[in-house]
Write a protein that binds this ligand. Structure first.
Ligand SMILES: *Cc1c(COP(=O)(O)O)cnc(C)c1O
Length: 391
């Protein structure tokens, strides 16, 4: 396809393929030439119910006719309803809505720092992890453990130190009088779908209790059913103090949330806010998404599909001499034997399959949570033909 979209005035912040996408339906995206693509990226683990799901479209359409934006200093029913749903299903007591994962994480960082000022003698340092990812605002970039990000837009926001994931001693060694919290992803997504061990998560909870530190889980990618349970940390049986949600919660629209236990909620009037925070249009979509994910059988189906997909990927790994398959639910990764991820992504797109390669030596799979057996088979067949074409 010749490039019909360049030049254009959109800032070139990432290399984009030439396709212009015009329509989405469940597991599939369609470009302007009418070509169909099986989408295993789904907006980067965002569209839990696939593209343009009827329940979200209906919730948005209805809410748009009722009330779009009363402003964040007034109550609206969808925000109240979604907060109540989240509190009832998560073990957290209070919810603050925002518009992106990074913004929810900024809120978590602010809440921890405020709590440290009130209850821990001004402690403000947060322990985060090498290769962790928390967003692209200045503070969340500083919390992120991506190599080079500490100097990219220097000066970096201070107050973050990096421990080694799945290494409790490395966390213990960083705890000092200024430490206020430990913040991590239950599964490191951008790093390549690297799960935290159950023992590590439980050890972190004990360590935080021992030193009166807050445990913050960034579930922007792993939450809202993505890993086969409503929230990934529940699989380890731990109760964090603060959790952030993003991506999947809106099913494709900009919505995120900061959740906290009662004892941690110390924002005073004026400390936190935002023009669009908790607007009813997005909250109506979020409520439709979460109610659907919470329906009996939804996560059971997801976990059956996950097992089918993981076993198919393992078969491909054996056939083509590739590495391990890891992850949970609809967040899986296949380790490659060479740094050919970007090449595979491009060839797969030509075959009608959209893939993601967050690191050159691996592929990450994030299908819709409600994907069907035939779609998984179709994707595995397409992937097999791409892998065969490489050798
Ligand atoms: C995507 C992501 C973020 C950032 O979310 P945005 O909506 O892009 O700001 C933060 N944390 C994790 C774990 C993520 O995967």
């Amino acid at each position: 396809m010749k490039s019909s979209v360049l030049p254009n005035p959109l800032m070139q912040i990432t290399p984009r393929p030439d396709q212009v996408f015009v329509r989405g339906e469940g597991a599939y995206l369609f470009d302007e030439a009418g070509r169909r693509y099986l989408d295993w990226v789904q907006g980067w683990a965002v569209n839990g119910l696939g593209h343009s799901p009827a329940v979200v479209a209906a919730a948005l359409a209805h809410q748009a006719t009722q009330l779009i934006n009363p402003g964040p200093a007034f109550y609206n029913q969808p925000a109240l309803d979604l907060a109540a749903w989240l509190a009832a299903h998560s073990g957290f007591d209070q919810v603050f809505f925002a518009n992106s994962g990074a913004e929810a994480n900024e809120g978590a960082i602010k809440l921890a720092r405020k709590w440290g000022r009130l209850h821990k003698g001004g402690a403000s340092e947060i322990i985060t992890f090498t290769n962790g990812f928390h967003g692209r605002t200045l503070a969340t970039m500083a919390a992120t453990g991506k190599p080079g990000w500490d100097t990219l837009f220097a000066p970096a926001v201070p107050g973050f130190v990096k421990a080694t994931y799945n290494d409790l001693d490395s966390v213990r060694a960083l705890i000092g009088p200024h430490t206020v919290a430990v913040m991590l992803e239950p599964i490191q997504g951008e790093a390549g779908v690297i799960p935290a061990n159950t023992a590590f998560l439980q050890g972190l909870r004990s360590l935080c209790d021992e030193h009166a530190l807050l445990l913050i889980v960034d579930e922007v990618q792993t939450g809202c059913g993505r890993t086969g349970s409503l929230f990934a940390h529940s699989a380890a049986g731990i109760a964090p103090d603060i959790m952030t949600l993003g991506k999947g919660i809106g099913g494709g629209v900009p919505l995120s949330a900061l959740l906290a236990r009662e004892a941690v909620c110390c924002f005073e009037y004026g400390d936190q806010g935002g023009t669009y925070c908790g607007n009813p249009l997005m909250c109506a979509a979020g409520l439709a998404v979460m109610q659907r994910i919470g329906e009996p059988g939804f996560l059971e189906h997801l976990n059956v599909m996950s097992a089918q997909m993981a076993s198919g990927l393992r078969a491909l790994s054996a056939r083509f001499g590739l590495g391990e398959v890891r992850g949970r639910g609809m967040l899986l990764a296949l380790v490659l034997s060479a740094p050919v991820g970007p090449d595979i992504v491009q060839r797969a797109r030509d075959e009608g399959l959209l893939l993601n390669s967050p690191r050159p030596n691996l592929l990450r799979f994030m299908p819709a949570l409600n994907t069907m057996p035939a779609e998984i088979e179709e994707g595995l067949v397409l992937l097999a033909s791409v892998l065969a074409g490489l050798s």
